[in-house]
Design a protein around this ligand. Structure first.
Ligand code: UD1
Length: 453
């Protein structure tokens, strides 16, 4: 079976290309939800498989549009992929291309991360600049400077990054690299490149996100020598080559966090597994500060219990272990209904408050000043037609819709489908009245609650 035959495909018809989500708010949730594998781990580990001249098997891969796109990029480089359920085989024994196509890279910023493994494996890589995206300009200067420190010549011309190893050596050289900012992507690019370099690489002020640790563990399973992943200093001793492995990726902490907020905002009680609670420490602490109970039910299972009205709190997004920017929009939805004034400060991305306008359409009271959002809690949100502006913003609108009075209709689901595996189906199983609608299908009857309160 090929990758494209089992992962989400491009929609077949014009109607299917623009589905909307109808949510009839106010239904309590109950039951258990299964958390999928981490999107951000899957994407970078797929890129990391380029380092290996033998077939690798990756398990717990979520079925997402972004994963399909990354698969298409690898396929365009000559890599063979096979997918069966959540198990993905990647055979990069023959890489026939060092150039990634612009049409694909421009759709998925994470695909730029192939530059590190390609350069390490082939000594040359040509990757289009990914460009900005909905949440900010997102430059790649830290990736480029690190690769240069490791002996790569990197030129940027007409939107294309041309990288090749300097001199006659066919290996990158170990180097000491200080990152001006603990960028997740730059840490991952440089860690992958360093696995096959000649000598030792030290990455200082490295990102400490769990997905960085997951990538390090995957590389170590292939024979890489990496220490310190998960701290701010990562030391990689280069080896001449890596070998095949079978690796299972971690559960998605952002999906888990989103379901915790779903339980909270609907004043429900739901359980989720598998989760790694340590990865959710900042999110759990904020839920508790708001008045939501998060209980541990064994090592990989959490229960969220929300019985009282929530109280306001302040949140500042930060690199891990700080509060994740990928949970900011979902918490904003929750705080719109909490008693008192909350301030959310977004420090990681410069344009990640676009969901404010959409939440305001639903009756939220939010003012934006620079990178601060001041949220004055309101007693109710009201359902409205809204547009998702980016991946996590779309999740925030779903959450607001679950709690709002009346019907919310969300457009822009291509954002949601990039990063959440079957979110609407999972919510429906928990009792949400939610329906994906193609074309002009009428769903009011389907969704209408038996009693409208
Ligand atoms: C990754 C995650 C994304 C998450 C983000 C922060 C993936 C596929 N995506 O994105 O979901 O929101 O981490 O946790 O893993 N920056 C530079 N120069 C660079 C690189 C980054 O200035 O060379 C800036 C960015 O513009 C941004 C900040 O650093 O303002 C953080 O970016 P980074 O940590 O690199 O995020 P990503 O790896 O792109």
């Amino acid at each position: 079976m090929t990758l494209s035959s089992t992962l989400p495909n491009s929609p077949a018809s014009p109607e299917e290309s623009n589905p909307v989500l109808h949510i009839w708010g106010g239904a309590p949730l109950s039951g258990h939800v299964t958390i999928s594998g981490a999107k951000n781990s899957a994407l970078v580990i797929m890129a990391g498989a380029l380092l290996c001249p033998q077939e690798c098997r990756i398990r717990n891969v979520p079925s997402l549009v972004d994963v399909t796109r990354m698969g298409e990029i690898l396929a365009s480089l000559g890599v063979k992929l096979q997918q069966q359920a959540d198990c993905l085989n990647i055979d990069a024994s023959h890489i026939s291309q060092s150039k990634a196509p612009y049409e694909l890279v421009s759709q998925l910023r994470a695909s730029f991360f192939v530059i590190g493994p390609l350069l390490a494996r082939l000594g040359v890589a040509r990757i289009p600049l990914p460009g900005g995206c909905a949440i900010g300009a997102r430059p790649v200067d830290l990736h480029v400077r690190g690769l240069q420190a490791m002996g790569a010549d990197v030129q940027i011309d007409h939107g294309m990054v041309y990288a090749n190893i300097r001199g006659t050596s066919n290996r990158l050289q170990g180097a000491r690299i200080y990152l001006d900012y603990p960028s997740v992507g730059a840490t991952e690019t440089l860690m992958m490149a360093a696995t096959l370099a000649d000598g030792e690489t030290i990455i200082e002020n490295a990102a400490q996100e769990p997905e960085v640790v997951d990538l390090a563990n995957f590389c170590r399973a292939m024979g890489a020598k990496i220490r310190g992943a998960g701290t701010n200093t990562i030391i990689i001793s280069g080896v001449p080559s890596l070998h095949s492995t079978d690796y299972s990726i971690i559960p998605d902490r952002v999906e888990a966090g989103t379901f915790l907020v779903a339980g909270a905002i609907t004043h429900s009680e739901i359980s989720l597994s598998p989760v790694l609670p340590n990865h959710l420490a900042a999110v759990i602490a904020k839920l508790q500060a708001i008045g939501v109970q998060v209980l541990s039910e064994g090592p990989n299972r959490l229960r969220v219990v929300s019985t009282h009205r929530h109280i306001a709190t302040d949140i500042e997004t930060l690199p891990y272990p700080g509060f994740p920017t990928d949970m900011q929009a979902q918490f904003m939805a929750l705080l719109t209904l909490s008693e008192g004034d909350s301030v959310i400060t977004e420090t990681v991305f410069e344009n990640r408050l676009r969901h404010v306008a959409e939440l305001s359409r639903m009756g939220a009271d939010i003012r934006v000043k620079g990178n601060h959002a001041i949220i004055r809690g309101v007693p109710v949100l009201s359902g409205a037609p809204v547009v998702a502006t980016d991946l996590r913003a779309s999740a925030a609108l779903v959450l607001a819709g679950l709690a709002a009075h009346g019907k919310t209709i969300i457009q822009g689901l291509h954002h949601l489908d990039r990063g959440y595996e079957n979110l609407d189906t999972k919510l429906k199983k928990l009792g949400a009245r939610i329906q994906r609608v193609y074309g002009n299908a009428e769903t009011d009857e389907l969704l209408a609650p038996t009693k409208v309160g």
